[in-house]
Design a protein around this ligand. Structure first.
Ligand SMILES: [Zn+2]
Length: 323
């Protein structure tokens, strides 16, 4: 420091007079249209968890919010320096249990166009290949959670068993249930059935009944119905360490932590979706669980803090380079 200040005091003023400004080095075109394939890794007890970014897409909160007071979503978004449409995440997660490689949700694959479908690339960048996945646990049968199961009609994860709640499987594979959902969701019936088909035909689609026990050691289903009939969160646990993969419990962090009673048009039953959100938020605070979220800014991993004045707050994981 001493030498530097001495140089600054004596040489720099003289140099400034003597030298012309250097040529600009910023003349190169801006290169990257996209970010790097997104993965983020951490540990939960004995488990390794890797968040994968499938893609992002504009989410028109103003058109999709249900039950908000007039002007409420605009005001809450502005508080977070956001405005509708908000760029929405599509995150999925890999868990290495030590003897199984497990995927929670698969991203949208080709079903959201160019805005998604990056999961396989992110998975490879993180050091794993799709063929290594042993089990896939689906939170619910919406396009942005199961679209990544297939590419060009073929299984992306040919060695995996796909686990989904019986309630969701029965609902989305029966076309007469289209009458129960918003017009936005009717096209999900053929598209979701299409991505499940190769796994059903291969005998690799395994619906599970409502159950309170682990589906594999350390991973317990937590039913959270409402967004879909069989929406299921999964609690990864090892002693006091735990992480809840909560699927679509929160769609718009900038709104629904402040007011968890704002719902979304994609919900199958709004009161049920709100009740499940209330319960999981309270449980997450009470238990200090990590949350792994499909639609919160990548990597979608953090904790929930209760706010005395109103609602909740999202506390993102402290980014750590070396894990
Ligand atoms: Zn979703």
């Amino acid at each position: 420091m001493k030498l530097r200040s001495a140089l600054a005091a004596t040489l720099l003023p003289a140099m400034a007079v003597a030298m012309a400004p250097p040529p600009s080095l910023a003349a190169a075109p801006m290169a990257a249209q996209r970010q790097a394939p997104g993965f983020y890794r951490m540990h939960v007890g004995r488990f390794e968890v890797t968040a994968l970014l499938d893609g992002t897409h504009p989410f028109p909160v103003d058109k999709l919010a249900v039950g908000a007071k007039p002007g409420e979503t605009e005001k809450l978004l502005a508080k977070h320096y956001l405005a509708s449409p908000v760029e929405g995440m599509i995150n999925a997660f890999v868990v290495n249990t030590g003897d199984r490689l497990v995927l929670v949700d698969t991203g949208a694959g080709d079903l959201y166009g160019k805005e998604a479908g990056g999961l396989s690339q992110a998975l490879r960048a993180s050091g794993y290949a799709p063929e290594q996945i042993d089990d896939i646990f689906i939170t619910h049968l919406h396009e942005d959670h199961v679209g990544g199961l297939v590419k060009d009609g073929r299984m992306v994860f040919p060695n995996a068993a796909v686990h989904v709640s019986r309630r969701d499987f029965d609902f989305w594979t029966d076309d007469k249930n289209q009458a129960e959902v918003d017009a936005l969701l009717k096209p999900f019936f053929p598209s979701v059935q299409g991505v499940l088909r190769p796994y059903v035909e291969a005998g690799r689609l395994i619906p599970f009944e409502d159950a309170a026990q682990d589906l594999i050691p350390g991973l317990r289903p937590v039913p959270s119905p409402g967004h879909t009939p069989g929406h299921t969160s999964y609690l990864l646990h090892d002693g006091k360490d735990a992480m809840l993969f909560w699927g679509d419990t929160v769609h718009v962090a900038g709104v629904q932590f402040d007011d968890p009673h704002v719902a979304i048009k994609y919900d199958w039953k709004v009161p049920g979706a709100i009740a499940s959100r209330d319960k999981l938020l309270a449980d997450a605070v009470g238990n200090g669980w990590w949350i792994a979220a499909a639609h919160i800014s990548f990597p979608g991993i953090g904790h929930i803090a209760a706010s005395e004045a109103h609602g909740y707050a999202w506390v993102p994981a402290n980014y750590t380079l070396n894990r």
